[in-house]
Design a protein around this ligand. Structure first.
Ligand code: BGC
Length: 532
């Protein structure tokens, strides 16, 4: 059972950290983050107390989707460094006790990958069947109604052959054909290549993608499309019955699990599937993925009841297999989504505190530990293809501006011009200043990570989730600890089992003093309590 094996790895009890490679640290002044830059900041990550870092793709790429369009899976893009830089990074990380997770992109390649370039030579190309081709509909239209995440149909016509190829993202990101055993073998080799170089596992991009339904039927449509819809709204206007989340995809990860297991490596899938029981298919009920990013919370604004019911439903479907995230590089930062300012930051830490008590593996996204709001990017400077190619879509650049290390020009990220132009961050948003202030967001997040580490019951003990009747609040009892999350706008009394309780962590200051059978939790605050 996967349930057993996923409880065994180095990730059990770990806290992860996502690095958006382009924007973390530039070492050579070209304005783009790189691997030596990350290596130079590993001390910071070790100080923060995290256990594992996930780096977004650093492979050669023409950059239409900033690295998620890979043109060579077995190398490092010169803008990010070299294979030797990767080896140095892994060695330094391991020396500090940090694990390194590589982002593998199996759903699609770049259109400039040699496989696709060859496939375009014609139907006889040995690589033709590496991709998904279909004949046009009767009037020359796309073969079915599937849409791309990035706007428009999921099909582009190859004029030369008269066939359409499938792309769930950009036309420059053709989807691979996972029915083809040769594709499966290529990825077996890709995984082994990085594992042999010391990677401790993989974040799997669009892990719910890969296999398509063999009938290529239309997806059921829920509502008519309008021109003023964002790409996300268009995507959500369909039931994705035939294009993603096919049972055979779970089988791909069972195969990968056999490859990863001898290395003790994690398979951590990005599961863009909203239904918890479907996510659990990949983690809990099969020897497939060890963990999954559940993405719904990353897109939620401050609606405490929705947030709580979303977390509860996923927690119930798989209490141990989720990598909990409130932030990542694909959505606005939680401090902004939750209303901005000091209140947004306070709410963000409250949610992270709650996630820390949910078992699984919580992840911070770079800058979240500083309480950062979205970076301010002028509309003329947008870089994200989602925003550039679609008028009604804001895009993801707000979360992708450079990490503010110091108040120096370029915020200590680069001595050159950052690849993504954004307003400089204020001093109080920087690592340099926050590190010196024991009450800063940075030091509070660090304390939270420490509390998690020193209270194994937060992930080991069986959890009982208790809704506080009629309130936007939840109490999680697990062994010697309890997490009391009051997301309501007023203070709230939580009943506790009788014990001597102390507050290990409070997302807002000052911490309340618990009684033997209850604690008053301030508005929009989460506590971690322990009992003796
Ligand atoms: C990544 C995105 C990327 C997409 C296509 C994801 O879900 O996180 O940043 O654009 O996959 O590869």
């Amino acid at each position: 059972m996967a349930a057993e094996s996923s409880r065994d790895g180095w990730w059990v009890g770990a806290v992860g950290y996502e690095i958006y490679v382009r924007s973390f640290q530039d070492s050579n002044g070209d304005g783009i983050g790189d691997l030596p830059g990350i290596t130079s900041r590993l001390d910071y990550l070790a100080w923060l107390g995290i256990d594992a870092l996930w780096m977004t793709p650093f492979f050669p790429s023409p950059g239409f989707d900033h690295g998620y369009d890979v043109s060579d899976y077995l190398d490092v893009d010169p803008i990010h460094g070299t294979l030797d830089d990767f080896d140095d990074l892994v060695e330094a990380a391991h020396g500090l006790g940090l694990k390194v997770i590589v982002d593998v992109v199996p759903n699609h390649t770049s259109s400039q990958h040699r496989w696709f370039v060859d496939a375009l030579e014609g139907k006889d190309s040995p690589y033709r069947d590496y991709y998904v081709w279909r004949a046009p509909g009767p009037d020359g239209e796309p073969p079915n109604n599937w849409v791309s995440h990035f706007g428009g149909p999921a099909w582009t016509l190859d004029q030369a052959s008269g066939e359409y190829y499938c792309h769930l993202f950009l036309p420059e990101q053709p989807d691979l054909n996972w029915d083809n055993e040769a594709v499966r073998r290529e990825f077996d080799d890709i995984l082994r290549f990085w594992l042999d170089r010391g990677a401790d596992g993989f974040r799997i991009d669009v892990a719910h993608g890969l296999v398509k339904a063999s009938d290529f039927a239309d997806n059921p449509q829920l509502r008519p499309l309008r021109f003023d819809m964002s790409t996300r709204e268009v995507w959500e206007s369909f039931v994705h019955q035939h294009d993603v989340d096919q049972d055979l995809t779970v089988g791909v990860y069972r195969r990968w699990n056999e490859i990863a297991e001898p290395y003790g490596a994690i398979l951590l899938g990005e599961l863009g599937v909203p239904e918890p029981h479907r996510v659990a298919r990949y983690t809990r009920e099969s020897k497939a993925l060890h963990a999954a990013f559940y993405l719904k919370p990353v897109h939620l604004v401050w609606e405490p009841d929705v947030l709580l019911s979303t977390l509860r439903a996923m927690h119930e479907a798989d209490p141990d297999g989720i990598a909990w995230v409130a932030d990542n590089h694909d959505a606005g930062r939680s401090a902004s989504r939750y209303g901005g300012g000091a209140r947004g930051a306070r709410r963000s830490l409250a949610v992270m505190t709650l996630m820390t008590g949910l078992g699984g593996t919580p992840f911070l996204y770079q800058g979240q530990e500083l309480g950062l709001e979205d970076g301010r990017v002028h509309p003329d400077d947008l870089e994200d293809p989602m925003a550039v190619r679609n008028v009604n879509t804001i895009g993801r650049d707000g979360a992708r501006s450079a990490m503010p290390w110091s108040a120096a020009p370029g915020n200590g990220f680069t001595s050159g011009t950052p690849w993504l132009a954004a307003a400089d961050r204020s001093e109080s948003e920087t690592v340099e200043i926050q590190r010196k202030d024991p009450h800063s967001e940075l030091n509070r997040h660090r304390q939270l990570v420490t509390v998690r580490r020193s209270n194994p019951d937060l992930w080991q003990a069986p959890a009982e989730w208790i809704d506080v009747a009629g309130e936007e609040a939840a109490l999680i009892l697990r062994g010697s600890v309890a997490v009391a999350a009051n997301l309501a706008a007023h203070d709230l009394t939580f009943d506790l089992p009788e014990a001597t309780w102390s507050v290990e962590f409070s997302s807002a200051q000052p911490p309340p003093l618990p009684g033997a059978t209850s604690v008053v939790v301030p508005a929009e605050t989460a506590l971690i309590l322990s009992r003796t």
